[in-house]
Ligand binder design. Structure first.
Ligand SMILES: NC(=O)c1ccc[n+]([C@@H]2O[C@H](COP(=O)([O-])OP(=O)(O)OC[C@H]3O[C@@H](n4cnc5c(N)ncnc54)[C@H](O)[C@@H]3O)[C@@H](O)[C@H]2O)c1
Length: 346
């Protein structure tokens, strides 16, 4: 790909988007990055402090909504590459109220993809950041990219709609779109509502760690830095090999939620008696493990960070950045209103 590109990153003030922005600016000294972000509760400008401080001449922040055709179109007109992260992302919130998930994840993607079509003479690559949640669960199976899509929650269904919409745009309009399905990411700056930071901060605060059900649900945990490397590999690959394709970004290793809780406690010097079990969450996916074969063969991508090292570094980050997360403590559990009007906290 040509040097000196302008990369439009939607959702770049959130967890994964902000890591990608840092990673990309550090690795590509000729490229510029424009972040388009609505700054929802999940984002903070602190997340883009590093690019603002170190790459001010090559970094631009635009406060706006991916659902706005005018805003998205104007930015697309001066971009060469698009990496689309912006989404509502927390499963329990989608169970509580799915409207915003359909609005942002589906309609926002439709807005971005339509602008890519209008500017297809200019756009070299459009990466859509999907999710492993589109697969649902697959006990005993390794999930290849052709695995049936069985979204189990409103979040997963909205992301599934977006994923298939981008696929259809690649077929219909031949836009240079690529779909990446990261599995469960963790690392610095992840919102406290998500499992790993919720556990890490509970462990640091000397509080109990709550685990849904028996904690036996497994996930393929990938450090956010590795996901950034996977996205860069997609940007670097010749378009003929990746147009309209789907790639998992994962490690191929599954670890249970209970084991994550135990490892986090061990890292802060506490024992497993701090684990408290709560009722299972509806729509819970019991098992997820990715096939990493296609990403390895087509992109040469392999995750580098082992879970023990990644978790240790993540615990260290939260220990050292208390001012970043203190204000979010009250958001660790999400109130969900059931059909009977009763409220439970997930
Ligand atoms: N975190 C994970 O484990 C994981 C795994 C797989 C895929 N993903 C996907 O990766 C992407 C990023 O996830 P994340 O964990 O960084 O999420 P996040 O919630 O931390 O960040 C989402 C970002 O999108 C922004 N945003 C939300 N609505 C917007 C709108 N209407 N217009 C513009 N910006 C808007 C938010 O302000 C925030 O900065 C999402 O598409 C998510 O579905 C996440």
């Amino acid at each position: 790909m040509s040097p000196g590109r302008t990369v439009l990153v939607t959702g770049g003030a959130g967890f994964m988007g902000s890591h990608f922005v840092e990673h990309h600016l550090d690795a590509h000294p000729s490229d510029r990055v424009i972040v388009l972000d609505a700054l929802t509760y999940a984002a903070t400008l602190e997340n883009v402090a590093q690019p603002q401080a170190h790459h001010a001449a090559r970094f631009e922040f635009v406060h706006g909504n991916v659902r706005s055709p005018a805003v998205v179109d104007a930015l697309m007109a001066r971009s060469d590459v698009v990496v689309h992260f912006a989404a509502e992302t927390h499963v329990p919130r989608s169970i509580s109220d799915s409207l915003m998930f359909v609005e942002t994840d589906v309609l926002g993607t439709q807005t971005v993809a339509s602008a890519v079509v209008r500017h297809r003479d200019r756009i070299e690559r459009f990466i859509h950041v999907s999710t492993s949640e589109v697969y649902g669960g697959a006990p005993g199976e390794v999930m290849e990219e052709g695995h049936p899509l069985r979204p189990m929650t409103p979040y997963a269904a909205a992301k599934c709609g977006a994923d298939r919409l981008v696929f259809a745009f690649a077929q219909t309009y031949e836009v240079p779109a690529v779909i990446v399905r990261p599995f469960n990411n963790y690392g610095p700056r992840q919102h406290l509502e998500k499992l790993v930071p919720r556990m890490v901060t509970s462990a640091l605060l000397d509080e109990p760690l709550t685990v849904h059900g028996d904690g036996g649900a497994t996930r393929d945990w990938i450090h956010v830095r590795d996901t950034c490397r996977a996205l860069e590999a997609v940007l670097d690959a010749p378009i003929e090999g990746v147009r309209g394709e789907v790639f998992n970004a994962a490690t191929g290793v599954a670890t249970s939620v209970l084991e994550i809780a135990e490892r986090v406690l061990a890292l802060v010097g506490r024992d497993g008696s701090a684990i408290v079990h709560t009722p299972e969450r509806p729509g819970q996916v019991t098992e997820q493990r990715a096939s990493t074969k296609r990403a390895h063969q087509a992109l040469g991508f392999e995750a580098e960070t082992r879970l023990d090292a990644g978790l240790a570094a993540t615990v260290a980050w939260y220990r050292e950045h208390r001012s970043w997360w203190e204000r979010l403590r009250f958001m660790r559990a999400v109130p969900v209103t059931g059909g009977d009007g009763g409220v439970t906290y997930w």
